[in-house]
Design a protein around this ligand. Sequence first.
Ligand code: ZN
Length: 99
Amino acid sequence: MTEAQKEQRRYALAISGGVCEVCGAPLNDGQPQGAHRIGNTQSNRAKFGDLVIDHPLNIGYTCSLKCNAALDISKNPAACIELCKKIYNREALKYEGTK
Ligand SMILES: [Zn+2]
């Protein structure tokens, strides 16, 4: 494992509480998989923008490919809008008081 991969893994374990977001299995043993909630596809990038697709809130950590697929909300427009709201609210905090 490279230093960058180790770093990514530490980050994954830290923000996920060390467990798979879908099934609750510990992530320590397996290879944690970063899963996009809104899928990382060209059409989603065109629709939602890189800010949303690459945002940490759009990534969940799961234990397996099966759990990875369960996180995908691409086909649920209401859930996508809800997540976008969260992401934009989070980003807006960075600029609080600078307007
Ligand atoms: Zn899992």
